[in-house]
Design a protein around this ligand. Structure first.
Ligand code: ZN
Ligand code: FE
Length: 256
């Protein structure tokens, strides 16, 4: 078992690409390489050699540099089995409950569909790190494009079962907009109000608000809080089942 060194690379408008390096074996993965240039630059700066690409889902802003990086480094591409046809250059298909070893650092794979038909999250338990792509965001969740609201809620519930200390390495810096929406459905949540003050401060300094922790998300992210009485009241579904409350919250965000 080994602790990863994780490097966050902001690319495009609001994407985060991550390098995860196992210091013992010297293996290095890139998670969701939207673009290749900044990844190669970061590898050179760190003196790391790319051995793996881990893809969460097929969207171009997560797989755009797969083939370029594979051609340049000969790395192995790991991605969701349920979407193997749409992951450029995929070598290894993984699905729920599988483990994948990056040297001595082991990831457990979670199937978290909803945003897309196949969507993986990679949980490095020893490093308290979850790479969750576009499923869970800081104060938000991914749009439900290819799955159902029920699927997305099940996926988020699966993530909620991980330890609160888990760091949430999501793939976009959407936090400030997410937070503005969150305040419309839980305006009286003191932890949310305090968090938004911090977020506004970080963003005004051009700093990332990611990663957060699962514990913080559970306390402030409306998409993990359909059991909140205030949220149920705000969306007009007091006492309804959690899937319906989640779905209504997601639909309101789509129209926000
Ligand atoms: Zn996406
Ligand atoms: Fe994305």
């Amino acid at each position: 078992m080994s602790q990863l060194e994780i490097l966050q690379i902001p690319v495009l408008n609001d994407n985060y690409v991550y390098l995860a390096h196992d210091p013992q074996s010297k293996q290095t993965a890139v998670i969701d390489p939207a673009v290749g240039g900044p990844v190669m630059d970061a590898l050179a700066t760190k003196g790391w050699t790319l051995t793996h690409i881990l893809n969460t889902h097929h969207h171009a802003d997560h797989t755009g540099a797969n083939l370029e990086l594979k051609a340049e480094t000969g790395c192995t591409i790991v991605g969701p089995k349920a979407d193997r046809d749409r992951i450029p250059g995929i070598d290894v298909e993984v699905a729920d409950g599988d483990t994948y070893a990056l040297g001595k650092a082991v990831a457990r794979v979670l199937d978290v569909p909803g945003h897309t038909r196949g969507h993986n999250a990679y949980w490095f338990k020893e490093s308290d790190a979850l790479f969750c792509g576009d499923t869970l965001f800081a104060l938000g969740c991914g749009r439900v494009f290819e799955g159902t609201h029920k699927q997305m809620w099940n996926s988020l519930s699966k993530i909620m079962d991980l330890p609160d200390a888990t760091r949430i390495y999501c793939a976009h810096e959407y936090t400030q907009t997410n937070g503005r929406f969150a305040l419309t459905v839980e305006p009286g949540n003191p932890l949310l109000i305090a968090r938004m003050t911090e977020i506004d401060q970080l963003r005004s300094q051009g700093k990332p608000t990611v990663p957060s922790t699962l514990g913080l998300e559970k306390a402030t992210n409306p998409f993990l809080r359909p059991s909140s009485a205030d949220l149920q009241q705000a969306v007009g579904l007091v006492g309804a089942n959690l899937v319906d409350v989640f779905a209504e919250t997601r639909i309101r965000k789509d129209n926000f």
